[in-house]
Design a protein around this ligand. Sequence first.
Ligand code: NAD
Length: 299
Amino acid sequence: MTGVIAFIGLGHMGGPMAANLAAAGHRVLGFDLVPHARAAASAAGVEIADSAATAAAGADVVITMLPAGRHVLALYRDEGLLAAARPGTLFIDCSTIDVADARTAHELAVAAGHRALDAPVSGGVVGAEAATLTFMAGGGEAEFARAEPLLAATGKKAVHCGGAGAGQAAKICNNMILGISMIAVSEAFVLGESLGLSHQALYDVASTASGQCWALTTNCPVPGPVPASPANREYRPGFAAPLMAKDLGLAANALRAGGIDAGLGLRAADMYAAFAEASGAAQDFSGIVHVLRDAAARA
Ligand code: NAD
């Protein structure tokens, strides 16, 4: 029995996720600091509470979808979310945050008499709207089992990755592979250009050979070979470069904290941070091919 759901953070992702839960027949009490986010969620069937704490006080499950770890910890601790909830409430944090912050959030929730699960998502705004997200969950078996029906209403797949923080760990490891592979595919196209190789010829070979990967066959960074890729629509996202920079920054934090000298992951984090701050601010992450092409031309 799921009962009432409090949903805090009704932004690009949280808004449609809360709407899908309401559409699936759940009673959803939502809250966001931003008035237009509250208005859009209200129009989609979410009841709007006066504050995050008020929403949590009347709920059996509290879902958060917030920008970063500091927002989650501030809400849990300083803004009284944990204190306001009834004992035994399940706290599911779907935001993408540091593994260390996720573990702290779990500890705080359990110390306050609650249950906790980290459940970050993959699939973007399109997946949130279409309820086709993939969830990566960290926490106990019982917590995952209790969350599963809710995750099923907003996504197509939920993987239980292990204990507290394991969902966030899976998310940043996956996105580190993605960031590095997008740079690798882009560098290969730039090298191919300099060798007089057409984009289509390289694509036709690599997409059916050992260079095959998602960054090439789904999100191809040059226009032409994959008609649906952002390169064919002036690099409009898709998966925006600042979000990739954020996720690689979390991976870099974890690498440094663990004393792991992963040269490619750290370099990819630096490259995406610079791209997101400059020309990539509003571009899909595949737009990094331009940075690599410009750098090659200058060398
Ligand atoms: P967003 O900025 O659109 O939404 C976050 C919302 O949280 C905002 O509306 C903000 O007002 C609200 N908020 C912040 N502090 C609050 C507080 N104390 N109380 C109530 N509301 C508060 O961000 P988003 O794109 O929805 O992303 C949310 C999370 O999902 C991030 O961690 C992001 O990394 C992750 N994510 C995003 C995508 C994507 O494509 N946008 C994909 C996967 C994961």
